[in-house]
Design a protein around this ligand. Structure first.
Ligand SMILES: NC(=O)c1ccc[n+]([C@@H]2O[C@H](COP(=O)([O-])OP(=O)(O)OC[C@H]3O[C@@H](n4cnc5c(N)ncnc54)[C@H](O)[C@@H]3O)[C@@H](O)[C@H]2O)c1
Ligand SMILES: [Zn+2]
Length: 359
């Protein structure tokens, strides 16, 4: 068990195999309410809905499901409105709370709706993808997208509990598992050389069904994310920015290829490879460390080269910024475990690196 220490907003992360069956008991013990509004997606509902509803009913809690379509398109105003109206219809006893059971899409959508419904009702994160277990369920960032960009409408709103059942990951396909592994590699790279070494040793054998091996890895990542969030809950002190390692170019690539072209983790893997190249070219990082990072990413089946895309599409966010002076901020690396924020990376260098990473 890991605690995220945020004074009156503190909460626990429970990661283990089979912990989903304890959902109802834990919600009841935390006195979150009497009526659970469970947000999920079609796959998770079909596969795990029964475990969720029986656990809640064993604890004497009423429940209903709201099933959002799979995929990023559910992080929209339309879906948000449908969800809030269903929540209001269900909220008869004024003791409603939200359970977000799914990947990062469900977590972000349900978390955002919990934040704004009646100016905030309690919610629990039940992350069911590796990416959600190691990253998106922790830290209280909730959001929906606009056509102008991802996560543009959101709120900081911490859950009351995060319940990560590692046995659920067995049903992830290879791509979804690798996508989560990209974030896991990121944690090793930005903060924990021992975790990085462990991943290197286990790379050949780690699979979504390997619950026993995955529990300590998920716990290590959760601890790192919790520690960073504790230091900078609302992205104000600059500490949280290191979580963006690989994400500056990763997000740009996701957008440039159309959401869904690359999974988030795939785009971040390419972004991390580019961040290593930039670090090398600026004389910050040695070739051996950069090589280890690239090998670890490829050993999980993640891409480190990108399909061709116009550089303009990647550079769009900078070029749109009127104050942009040809240089921008990147999280780079001086060695594994030591990130470094560099404020003035020339766009010309980024262009060179991106060009050299195209297949
Ligand atoms: N809030 C944050 O701090 C934060 C951090 C990182 C990412 N995110 C967001 O997370 C989202 C991506 O999350 P994701 O990668 O989990 O994608 P996702 O939620 O779209 O899930 C991917 C797919 O996995 C399926 N799935 C879920 N659980 C499964 C299981 N146990 N077995 C088999 N299939 C399962 C889903 O049905 C879906 O089709 C993005 O919208 C991103 O912006 C948020
Ligand atoms: Zn990410």
């Amino acid at each position: 068990m890991i605690t995220v220490h945020l004074k009156e907003r503190s909460y626990q992360i429970i990661a283990g195999s089979g912990v989903l069956a304890s959902l109802g008991r834990r919600c009841a013990a935390a006195d979150l309410g009497s009526d659970a509004f469970c947000v999920t997606d079609p796959f998770v509902k079909a596969r795990y809905g029964k475990i969720i509803s029986s656990s809640l009913s064993r604890a004497g809690l009423a429940s209903t499901f709201f099933v959002a379509p799979s995929g990023e398109k559910s992080k929209s105003f339309d879906e948000c409105r449908c969800l809030l109206e269903a929540l209001a219809r269900f909220d008869k006893n004024k003791r409603v709370f939200v359970v977000a059971a799914g990947g990062g899409v469900v977590g972000d959508l349900a978390g955002f709706c919990a934040a704004v419904y009646k100016r905030g009702v309690a919610y629990v994160q039940v992350p069911t993808t590796l990416l959600a277990q190691v990253d998106s369920s922790i830290g209280g960032k909730t959001a929906i997208d606009l056509k102008h960009g991802k996560n543009l409408v959101g709120a900081f709103f911490q859950p009351k509990l995060v319940l990560s059942d590692v046995s659920l990951l067995a049903s992830l396909n290879r791509r979804q598992f690798a996508s989560g592994m990209a974030e896991t590699v990121k944690y090793g790279v930005i903060s924990d050389p021992r975790l990085f070494g462990l991943l290197e040793r286990k790379a050949g054998t780690l699979q979504s069904g390997a619950s026993r091996e995955l529990v300590p890895i998920i716990a290590a990542c959760s601890r790192i994310k919790a520690g960073i969030v504790e230091k900078d809950e609302r992205d104000e002190t600059g500490k949280r920015i290191i979580l963006n390692f690989g994400h500056t170019l990763g997000h740009a690539l996701e957008a440039a290829h159309g959401y869904g072209g690359y999974t988030h983790g795939e785009a971040v893997a390419i972004g991390m490879a580019c961040a290593c190249d930039l670090s090398r070219r600026l004389g910050l990082l040695d070739a051996e460390s950069a090589g280890r990072i690239e090998r670890l990413l490829t050993s999980f089946g993640l891409p480190v080269k990108m399909r061709p895309v116009a550089f303009r599409a990647i550079a769009e966010p900078y070029l749109r910024d009127k104050k942009f002076k040809g240089k921008s901020r990147f999280v780079l690396l001086s060695k594994i475990g030591s990130p470094r924020v560099v404020e003035d990376v020339p766009l010309s260098l980024v262009r060179e690196v991106v060009a050299s990473r195209m297949v």
